[in-house]
Write a protein that binds this ligand. Structure first.
Ligand code: SRM
Ligand code: SF4
Length: 599
């Protein structure tokens, strides 16, 4: 049983482009030359097309220049050349059905398909930590979900039991489901599409979840409502969640963040494209963004983005994002995988070349050229807190931020959030990159009733009233489920924060970011304190010799908001067992952040 077939794939050819910026033509040269009409025209915005499952005739590689594919490609490019990951979109159903029907066994599956290509459909096999189960990464543009969708998540993971079947809020304002088996994969993929979300194009060389402002549309200081911008970019890129081969074979992963206010709640400067809300003096009534480019974290390099020196209107932001993707896809290097993120292309070719390429593509699509960047505001602005109770711009309405420790939710907790949302926020929930949840549009008069809800007392979900480490805690998945993890993070992060919160009072919010390895999915360089998994040594009291233990590197000084700074390494190889780490962090919190012991 071959897991993902290549049948019907046309010969690789020169670059082909979609005919218009809002519709994606899925036809191939072979069918065109044989006189067969184009297989399928898909308008991502057309609601009625939602019920159709595409028959994939083109793959991502058909959109990539032949030279790019042939030039000394790395092992991932070779794997994609053998058989493109886009095949996973149609064949995950086939594979799931075959396993269910007993027509093939797990042992007969192709490992590249299981461990790599299925990531194009958002299914990540966890071979070491939970073999034969998958983490399913969704796309939740701008982090907006409904109570009904949350209940679907809970229903989907519940069969796998409380340890495996959990729901995580990610550092990209997104959702990951765990424990899913391949037999159930088709059902899960369909259920997500049916509830208006999807998982396709969330892994490997695809654009990641579109991050926006979690208080879009509610914020009294909002400059741009990021929701339609994120929704449109996501729709254009993913073919309305169903998979769009045009943007599915990039040289590497790609991150886009859209910020709606001066707080920069979406962390634009650590994304490949960062759109920073800014008023342009030439068109003050037109919402738009100054553009920063090239930010990223990786094992080998950490790069803060650089200003493009340009401004784009919110209306043209989707076309702009696709133009950048086109330049990246067509000119980005595909050799050394550690040098394939956008920043490397910007450095290789220069910003002038990049700007000219983007403007040329925009002109071809009938979109106005980019304006010069808007000048920065002259007055001071302090970043606001998202958790707790806040007055909205709508009279009589508040948003209420609920702390979700390290973003981990049990099935029961997901249902609690859904029930609270139905009762108080018209069934809407917003996710944050700090892995928390907000309830928007709560009647201010009903806030006391919400705060008194038993579900928000005594359990893990809370509306915090006092400053605590838990309130600013972020953690990546870590070695519990991630093969790259050097340390277990999420459980340890919560234990350590609980102990420190019991011992110390904090004079200000301290954002503590845990990340299990230098990939920095938990954004250690962004935290006031960042803890990054690393090998460490400590004395073995029994042998009197040093022994290897799980440890962390400590980063300090990360700043977020209008003037962000990346934190820098302060200490290496601190043993990470609770009894060593808690006193170590206690000292750090007292000496660097003014914490005081509780009386
Ligand atoms: Fe990440 C790879 C989890 C945000 C940088 N990341 C992985 C994998 C897929 C590795 C793997 O196959 O196991 C992890 C899956 C573990 C699991 O089971 O959950 C993983 N990354 C995560 C999440 C879930 C952390 C979290 O707990 O929230 C985040 C999912 C976001 C999403 O919804 O899409 C997550 N990852 C990030 C971020 C933060 C961000 O986007 O703001 C970064 C740093 C920013 C960046 O990408 O520039 C990040 N992840 C990486 C990298 C390094 C990328 C590079 O260019 O080298 C890898 C490794 C890779 O891609 O080869 C990686
Ligand atoms: Fe896994 Fe490392 Fe990312 Fe944590 S930082 S999720 S350990 S890849």
């Amino acid at each position: 049983c071959s897991a993902i077939s290549t049948a019907g794939r046309p010969a690789r050819s020169a670059l082909r482009r979609s005919p218009s910026r809002s519709s994606v033509a899925l036809c191939d040269a072979a069918s065109a030359s044989s006189g067969v009409s184009p297989a399928w025209e898909f308008d991502p915005l057309e609601a009625k097309s939602r019920g159709r499952r595409p028959k994939l005739l083109k793959t991502g590689s058909d959109y990539v220049r032949a030279e790019a594919l042939e030039s000394g490609a790395n092992k991932f490019e070779k794997m994609k050349n053998e058989k493109d990951g886009t095949a996973a979109w149609t064949e995950i159903h086939e594979l799931s059905a075959k396993l269910r029907a007993g027509e093939c066994t797990w042992e007969e599956l192709n490992l590249d398909d299981i461990n790599l290509r299925l990531k194009w459909a958002g299914f990540f096999h966890r071979p070491k930590e939970a073999p034969r189960t998958f983490m399913v990464r969704l796309k939740v543009p701008n982090g907006v979900i409904t109570a009904a969708q949350a209940r679907v998540f809970a229903d989907l993971v519940e069969p796998y039991g409380p340890k495996l079947g959990v729901v995580d809020i990610t550092t990209r304002q997104n959702i990951q489901l765990r424990g899913i088996t391949l037999e159930d994969a088709s059902h899960v993929a369909d259920a997500l599409l049916e509830c208006g979300l999807g998982s396709f194009m969330s892994g490997l060389d695809n654009v990641r979840n579109l991050v926006g402002s979690p208080i879009a549309g509610l914020d009294p200081h909002e400059l741009v409502d990021t929701r339609p911008v994120c929704a449109q970019i996501n729709s254009d890129i993913t073919g309305a969640f169903r998979g769009n081969p045009e943007w599915a074979n990039l040289p590497r992963k790609f991150n886009i963040a859209v910020s709606g206010s001066r707080d920069d709640f979406s962390h634009t400067t650590i994304n490949d494209i960062g759109l920073q809300a800014a008023v342009h003096p030439d068109c003050p009534s037109e919402p738009g963004f100054n553009i920063v480019l090239g930010g990223y974290f990786s094992i080998k390099r950490v790069a803060e983005s650089i200003p493009m020196g340009a401004w784009v209107s919110a209306r043209d932001a989707p076309a702009f994002s696709l133009a950048v993707l086109e330049v990246f896809r067509d000119y980005g290097r595909r050799e050394d995988r550690q040098k394939t993120r956008l920043m490397w292309l910007l450095e290789e070719r220069g910003l002038d070349w990049f700007r000219a390429m983007v403007n040329e593509i925009l002109a071809r699509r009938g979109v106005d050229a980019l304006r010069a960047a808007a000048p920065p505001p002259a007055d001071a602005f302090s970043r606001r807190d998202l958790l707790g109770v806040h007055t909205q711009r709508q009279e009589g309405k508040s948003w209420v931020g609920v702390t979700v420790p390290v973003g981990r939710l049990s099935v029961g907790e997901v249902r609690v959030l859904a029930d609270l949302a139905d009762k108080y926020s018209a069934g809407e929930i917003r996710l944050t990159v700090e892995q928390n949840a907000l309830l928007p549009n709560v009647d201010t008069a009903r806030v006391p009733e919400l705060l008194a809800e038993p579900a928000l007392h005594g359990g893990r979900l809370r509306v915090e009233h006092e400053l605590s480490l838990m309130r600013g805690l972020v953690s990546c998945t870590g070695s519990e489920f991630c093969g790259q993890g050097l340390v277990e993070t999420k459980h340890r992060a919560v234990r350590v924060a609980e102990r420190l919160d019991a011992e110390l009072e904090l004079p200000r919010l301290v954002r503590l970011h845990w990340t299990g390895c230098p990939n920095s999915c938990g954004q250690a360089q962004v935290g006031d304190i960042g803890l990054m998994g690393a090998p460490a040594k400590k004395l073995n009291p029994e042998t009197g010799k040093m022994m290897g233990v799980e440890g962390v590197q400590v980063f300090l000084g990360g700043e977020v908001g209008e003037h962000p700074e990346l934190g820098s390494k302060f200490e290496t190889a601190v043993p990470a067992d609770d009894d060593e780490l808690v006193p170590h962090l206690r000292e750090l919190l007292i000496s660097k952040f003014g914490a005081t012991p509780r009386k």
